[in-house]
Design a protein around this ligand. Structure first.
Ligand SMILES: Cc1ncc(COP(=O)(O)O)c(C=O)c1O
Length: 451
């Protein structure tokens, strides 16, 4: 069974189970585990060849411990950027040697913890390097374990993509050290010469909106820097390159494009020496591994007509589709309309002649709380379901607490060849008591601190 068929089948099963009859939580996020497995295999196959590979999943794309566990089981590593993500990665079962710690704002405590664990560490700036010097990375890690990859994050300053807020290779991006800035190259050459434990370089040009050519240009700049450092030192001190993530996702149709193979071809074209086995390669993909495997399904509560538009008021809005609500041009989503039983009424919004000009709105109290605007949909009715496609990364896993709306339930699913659907509980829906406790209510309030 192909992904689209599996997704339709899973949705009908949820509807038959009465999941959307629950007035407290008429909304769920689901992830197709087979689709995630397929993407991991595509990545591993596309990067075949000599030399070590450490493919990590960017935890920020799905901060859900069981989902991270799927990647640990598949032999991947995990890229983390906060103490919470690090704790999740450890709980999900990643060996610390397969964890990469990024973050532009690492505290001394976080640095010490990462070094003691033996995780790879990407240094954001010179002040952070001074803190690491003090912590003595050459003696901090267990000598029985392989030395971790430690090195600078480089901003290649090769230019922004189509989404400014997601671009980390613009001239003034806050991440890493600016390679084209005066003095940076010499500073790096001297820093590596003075510290034999600096053995890695890192680049991540941005997430979504970057063209493959731009990503490849950033990787080429860092590869050339590694060659220069090694040539100056006379031996291969830098033997690992962390080339980040950022493969864009196609949100416009069911097609997966570009593919990991196309990504490899683009970087191999720009940096032919990258895959010859001299450098161990680390990757940090998030969105491209997860987005298309995930779907938000929400009940339509009301349907009204305003100003000539059919407006569907659903339970999915900015709390689960935050970027789409605040920057709809950059983050458009496809929405399918289904009957209360889960049968498809319309495969994807926006088809000419499909019906009524419609907005699909969420439950939040601001008017930009829309999943999609002015698309054609068939006549909808209360109790129908909307399926919000390609939302497996950075959507339901990364909720926004506006209006004190609860974090929705998340489940994984697998469809057996005989059509049976096996569900895996990933996160329960957040109960109101928990919202109250987190908001300084009786159960959670540190009252004394406010006196
Ligand atoms: C350092 C780093 N690595 C990897 C990623 C994952 O990017 P993507 O989900 O676009 O693959 C991000 C995303 O922000 C990042 O900041």
């Amino acid at each position: 069974m192909e992904f689209v068929e599996r997704r339709a089948h899973a949705l009908e099963t949820l509807a038959a189970e009465g999941v959307f009859d629950n007035d407290d939580h008429p909304l769920i996020g689901v992830l197709d585990r087979q689709a995630v497995r397929d993407r991991v295999r595509e990545l591993q196959d596309a990067f075949g060849g000599p030399g070590r590979r450490l493919h990590t999943v960017a935890a920020k794309a799905a901060t859900l411990v069981p989902v991270l566990g799927w990647f640990a089981e598949a032999g991947m590593g995990c890229e983390v950027a906060s103490p919470g993500e690090l704790a999740m990665a450890l709980e999900a079962g990643f060996d610390p040697s397969r964890i990469v710690f990024d973050s532009p704002a690492k505290t001394r405590t976080e640095l010490r913890h990462a070094l003691e664990l033996g995780a790879d560490l990407n240094i954001d700036n010179v002040q952070e390097l001074e803190r690491i010097d003090y912590l003595r990375p050459d003696v901090a890690h267990d000598p029985a374990r392989p030395a971790p990859g430690i090195g600078f994050r480089i901003n290649p300053q090769t230019g922004a993509g189509s989404i400014e807020a997601m671009s980390t290779a613009s001239h003034t991006s806050k991440f890493g050290v600016g390679l084209a800035d005066p003095g940076t190259r010499e500073m790096l050459l001297q820093a590596y010469a003075a510290r034999p434990w600096l053995n890695q370089l890192h680049v991540h040009s941005g997430s979504q909106g970057m063209e493959l050519k731009q990503i490849a240009a950033g990787i080429a700049a860092v590869y050339e820097l590694a060659e220069e450092i090694n040539a100056r030192l006379g031996y291969r001190q830098v033997d690992r390159l962390d080339i980040g993530g950022g493969l864009p996702v196609n949100f416009a149709s069911e097609e997966t494009a570009p593919t990991f193979r196309e990504y490899r071809a683009a970087i191999e074209d720009a940096v032919p020496g990258l895959f010859d086995g001299r450098y161990a390669l680390t990757t940090e993909f998030g969105r491209s591994l997860l987005a298309k495997a995930g779907t938000i399904v929400a009940r339509v509560e009301y349907v009204k007509e305003i100003g000539g538009r059919q407006v569907l008021i659903t339970h999915a809005g900015a709390q689960v589709a935050t970027r789409t609500a605040f920057a709809p041009e950059s983050w458009p989503l496809r929405v399918g309309l289904h009957t209360p039983g889960g049968e498809l009424k319309d495969a994807g919004s926006g088809q000419e002649g499909a019906g009524l000009r419609s907005d699909v709105a969420g439950p939040c109290c601001f008017s930009g709380d829309l999943l999609t605007e002015d698309v054609e949909l068939p006549a909808a009715e209360p109790g129908d379901l909307v399926a919000v496609h390609d939302t497996g990364a950075y959507y339901f896993s990364t909720p926004f607490a506006y209006n004190a709306l609860p974090r929705p339930e998340v489940r994984g699913y697998e469809v057996d060849p005989d059509g049976g659907v096996r569900w895996e509980g990933i996160r329960r829906a957040q109960p109101v008591e928990e919202i109250l406790a987190e908001s300084g209510g009786a159960a959670g309030a540190p009252r004394a601190a406010h006196r």
